[in-house]
Design a binder for this molecule. Sequence first.
Ligand code: 5GP
Length: 207
Amino acid sequence: MAGLLYVISGPSGVGKTSIIEGVMKKVRNVVFSVSCTTRPKRPNEVEGRDYFFVDERTFLDMVQKDEFLEWAVVHGHYYGTPRKFVEEQIQKGINVILDIDVQGATTVMKKIKDAVFVFIAPPSFDELKKRLLKRGTEKEEDMLKRLEDAKRELEQIPKFQYLIVNVDLQESIEQLTSIIVAEQLKVSRVIERLGFHKLFSIGGGST
Ligand code: 5GP
């Protein structure tokens, strides 16, 4: 049976990466899709773990060859989800997590009806500003752009199926874990996974 695609979106600095990292330690059979980007690498980032860092020419060449499931310009740089990796995992029955922006999520909504869409929001706009300042990974100009973009992203919340307000990291990790597990326990998906007859033999006996 095919794996599920979980699309996690939300403004820059909201804590998506930490939440996803926490969830990956708790949930089995889930992999993270590493995106390609033209954004410069941050000192703490590792090629192939955080992103595949490519130049603009390489990125546009990949767009031409239709190698992305989705791609977008986010905060002035290109970002894209490699299609082959996601398709291979899903075919193998492995669930995949994407951490992508709202434009990318909207593209996936049109392409993959069965995917699960989760928005992570900050408790307030001021809190988001504080977190971005504390993270300190962007120059002031870039940070202001990220805050400006966040306003537009928050307006898109109604398109999503689930909303987590990240007040407390551990609680958000629990919440995203619950969503991931619950989605896999939907009757239609359990039947698809086990087959209807096998499902009956789980319960045994008669009523
Ligand atoms: P950052 O530069 O802070 O790592 O990421 C900036 C934004 O780009 C985040 O909102 C992140 O979710 C988004 N992003 C990361 N990878 C992708 C991708 O492959 N596609 C799209 N559309 N957005 C991405």
